[in-house]
Ligand binder design. Structure first.
Ligand SMILES: C[S@@+](CC[C@H](N)C(=O)[O-])C[C@H]1O[C@@H](n2cnc3c(N)ncnc32)[C@H](O)[C@@H]1O
Length: 171
């Protein structure tokens, strides 16, 4: 049966992978009083306000201490989405590398992924710690962070270790 339908589709009617458009509806948005670089503060408390009609989907979430938050970096312009190589943190002393090898917001699909601490879950509002997203940022999804994703002894590039060392010296 599948073969029959595939035969009906002409090859030139099948969109190439890179031409596919995906439409997603945000599940909610970020609420924070922080502006600009203040969102980088790991101790920042923000809210994720989930759309009312999705509140049932949050049932059971308060049993977790941490969540993955996927969000759409909606203030990134189309021009910035064409960037393919960057110096991490915009620092010219660090190597020029591909955007898929760094957590820059400049990327073809400006999606942010952050692990946050879940402070509380009340109704449709998740209060979280450490979310580096501006006020009004659309949230695409939240998922529980569990042992499935914990990895030990990860390998990272030397520029990353250099940044970490610098940060520790400042503390
Ligand atoms: C570099 S992105 C990384 C996000 C996430 N931690 C990750 O690794 O995918 C985080 C930075 O994006 C910027 N940002 C936050 N919300 C944004 C938004 N809605 N649109 C554009 N930029 C945003 C802020 O400067 C923030 O520090």
């Amino acid at each position: 049966m599948l073969k029959y339908f595939l035969n009906l589709l002409r090859l030139d009617e099948i969109p190439m992978l890179h031409e596919q458009k995906i439409v997603l509806n945000p599940i909610g948005f970020v609420k924070t009083v922080a502006v600009g670089d203040e969102v980088k503060d790991k101790s920042l408390i923000s809210q994720i306000v989930v759309h009312d009609e999705l509140t049932d989907g949050l049932s059971g979430i308060s049993s977790y201490s941490h969540l993955f938050v996927l969000f759409y970096l909606n203030q990134i312009t189309d021009d910035k989405r064409r960037t393919l190589r960057v110096h991490p943190r915009g620092r010219m002393d660090l190597p020029l590398i591909g955007v898929f090898a760094v957590r820059t917001m400049l990327r073809p699909n400006p999606i942010g992924l952050t692990v946050v601490e879940l402070v509380s879950a009340e109704g449709n509002v998740l209060t979280v710690k450490g979310l580096d997203a501006f006020d009004g940022t659309p949230v695409l999804d939240v998922k529980p962070y569990d042992y499935w994703d914990i990895v030990e002894n990860v390998k990272v590039p030397s520029w990353w270790l250099k940044l970490k060392e610098e940060k520790q010296k400042k503390l």
